[in-house]
Design a protein around this ligand. Structure first.
Ligand code: ATR
Length: 273
């Protein structure tokens, strides 16, 4: 039996077991996927034991995504650029790590809004944390010519711009209204929108006609940002798809089957949120 895991601390709220167990059942695989709570002090010992081969791999979530990079043999260049690993594959005692948030973000947009990147002249990204790094890498990879990056703490946006190159134009969150000017894609990568929080004085009317607005927050599924964007006639893409699509590459690597992100899976995860 092939066994996989998700480690984090805490881990009880992770929806990854539901996603992977659904796919295991759907494909009738002799496989398992379990959530394991690993405290920061126990991470090194857990990773060392993986080389024994009890697991084919697994996912890594908060707070271990950066720390784990120092404990494994191989890191995918993209994960190194993003600075976080969320997927491990164990092969003959060698552990390699990758970051599938990037794939998840792009695949979700591709599925929900095909052609979103065609002719896209500029995008506006809000937030400069770990999620932002994966999304910036994805947008740069797709050739978006200009990315305005705004953040509450301006210095963090400036630091990311210095690191990711001249495509990124940093700014402050309070300049959001003017920064929306002409943008064809707005991405919220910050935690604003969770637990009833919202952007103050949100002004979307200067986005390009037909712009797509997407949020990585998926609790609630329709954040205040998405609700306003929809009311103003923009296309919206919620963040649940990113969670589902980021799980695909790991499942494929561990179990050799490419799983599908279906409406049924989406509804099952939605019901469990
Ligand atoms: P993640 O890895 O999920 O991106 P993070 O590194 O903690 O998490 O980053 C969270 C992002 O949300 C940051 O851009 C943060 O802004 P700061 O860099 O100024 O901290 C942003 N954020 C969180 N709460 C916010 C709030 N109430 N208003 C505006 N931005 C907020």
């Amino acid at each position: 039996m092939k066994k996989a895991f998700v480690i984090g601390h805490p881990i009880a709220h992770s929806k990854s077991p539901l996603i992977h167990q659904s796919w295991i059942a759907e494909h009738e695989l002799d496989a398992s996927y379990e959530a394991i709570d690993v405290a920061p002090d126990d991470l090194a010992a857990f990773v060392a034991r993986l080389r024994d081969g009890a697991f084919v791999g697994g996912n890594v979530t908060i707070p271990h995504k950066e720390e784990v990079m120092g404990l494994i043999e191989e890191i995918d260049p993209l994960a190194a650029k993003i600075g976080a690993v969320n997927t491990l594959v164990v092969d003959n005692g060698t552990i390699s790590g990758s970051n599938t948030d990037y794939v998840g973000f792009l695949a979700n947009l591709d599925a929900a809004s095909p052609g979103w990147d065609k002719g896209l002249e500029s995008a506006l990204v809000i937030g400069a944390g770990g999620a932002s790094r994966a999304i910036l890498a994805g947008l740069i990879d797709r050739g978006v010519p200009r990315i305005d990056l705004i953040n509450r703490t301006l210095e963090r946006a400036e630091a990311l711009a210095a690191e990711f190159g001249p495509t990124i134009v940093p700014g402050a969150l309070h300049d959001m209204a003017s920064r929306t000017e002409g943008s064809g894609l707005l991405v919220n990568t910050s935690s604003v929108g969770m637990k009833g929080t919202r952007f103050e004085g949100l002004e979307l009317s200067r986005l390009a006609p037909g712009a797509v607005v997407t949020d990585i927050v998926y609790t609630p599924l329709i954040t205040p940002l998405l609700a306003q964007a929809r009311a103003e006639g923009f296309a919206i893409v919620d963040g649940l798809g990113m969670l589902l699509y980021q799980a695909v590459p790991g499942f494929k690597a561990w179990f050799g089957v490419e799983p599908a992100v279906t409406e049924g899976l989406r509804n099952r995860v939605l019901a469990a949120l």
